[in-house]
Write a protein that binds this ligand. Structure first.
Ligand SMILES: NC(=O)N[C@@H](CC(=O)O)C(=O)O
Ligand SMILES: [Zn+2]
Ligand SMILES: [Zn+2]
Length: 345
């Protein structure tokens, strides 16, 4: 197969940042994707409905002329979040989901949740009104090994939280382990898992073997190859509980290539070339539309996009600029380490 037509895809987990970085990275997503769930981990975070409205306006103002892109806004759940503010933001159509970060789990998550009992009221309201909760699923206990933090989260936080709030729609974001895949596949109730582009293409060897590669460092950190294979099987399985959330998370090169480098891979620009490559390797190009364009809208209760894109396999590799220049400094594009041949035409 050398040509593939699919519904225009959406990105169900995206970091756009703000200011000069937003201006530089937004066109990279809007070029191919119709919608994206916009992560609220700005500094300070997007906590109240009024914050989300102002951020949405900044995103819309930064869109290139003629772009057809809808940001789907989220609120950052804190222990002070007011259920009425959340309900009002949902009722007005402003927000699509609420995001739960365990405090300290990842980039800009200091205002996240420590005591899950303190957000119970908000979660109950969300279950009642049908507003989904997106979760960064890692425990933050320093005693727990970083490679085990997702698995431990499933049993000690996610499962009790879902049992305490029946009816809550949950997205377990950026699943990185076979345990996370099995949990999502087997759980009762409304749950789905997003899978990133980079976790389909790399495992922890890519980060650490033969030299440390900071541009492959993200959270949750990539696990061993057997987990990567489980992610690939889930993404290409056709199971509607799994779909694309790129987690494209730009940081400038000085912030990545540092003695204490930031977590995040920037994949907005070449995600579709990467995904087609992976799905072809798995003999599953026919499942790409479900993963990138159909399962996500179904989980969020939205219609799929009606316009189409075409991917074409070229005889020579598709080339992308190695770096995106931004007003904050250069951002290195995710490099899978081998040529890509599929291009959006
Ligand atoms: N994925 C990452 O490694 N980083 C994200 C935060 C997140 O999604 O956890 C970021 O905002 O940089
Ligand atoms: Zn995260
Ligand atoms: Zn993220």
């Amino acid at each position: 197969m050398t040509s593939l037509r699919l519904r225009r895809p959406d990105d169900w987990h995206l970091h756009l940042r703000d200011g000069a970085m937003l201006e530089a990275v937004l066109p990279e997503t809007a070029r191919h994707f119709a919608r994206a769930i916009i992560m609220p981990n700005l500094v300070p975070p997007v906590v109240r409905g009024s914050d989300a409205a102002a951020y949405r306006d900044r995103i819309l103002a930064a869109l290139p002329e003629g772009a057809d892109f809808t940001p789907l806004m989220t609120l950052y759940l804190t222990e002070e979040t007011d259920a009425r503010d959340v309900a009002a933001a949902h009722a007005s159509g402003l927000i699509t989901a609420v995001k739960l970060y365990p405090a300290g789990a990842t980039t800009n998550s200091a205002s996240g949740v420590t005591d899950f009992d303190r957000v119970r009221g908000v979660l109950e309201t969300m279950a009642e009104i049908g507003l989904p909760l997106c979760i960064h699923g890692e425990v933050t206990d320093p005693q727990v090994d970083i490679f085990d933090r997702e698995q431990v989260f499933l049993d000690t936080v996610l499962d009790p939280l879902r049992r305490a709030t029946p009816g809550l729609t949950v997205t377990l974001e950026h699943v990185t382990t076979s345990h996370g895949i099995d949990y999502v596949a087997d759980a009762d109730g409304k749950i789905a898992g997003t899978i990133t582009t980079h976790h389909l293409m790399i495992n922890r060897n890519h980060i650490l073997a033969g030299g440390i590669r900071p541009h492959y460092y993200c959270l949750p950190v990539a696990k061993r190859n057997t987990h990567q294979q489980a992610l690939r099987r889930a993404a290409t399985s056709g199971n509607p509980r799994f779909f694309l959330g790129t987690d494209s998370a730009p940081h400038t090169d000085p912030n990545k290539e540092s003695a204490c480098g930031c977590a995040g891979c920037f994949t907005a620009t070449n995600t579709l070339s990467c995904l087609a490559h992976v799905f072809e390797e798995e003999n599953a190009l026919d499942q790409l539309e479900g993963f990138a364009s159909l399962h996500g809208p179904a989980h969020y209760g939205l219609p799929p996009n009606t316009d189409m894109i075409t991917l074409t396999k070229q005889a020579t590799p598709v080339t992308y600029p190695a770096k995106l220049e931004t007003g904050d400094g250069p951002v290195t594009l995710f490099d899978p380490g081998h040529p890509l041949y599929w291009a959006v035409t």
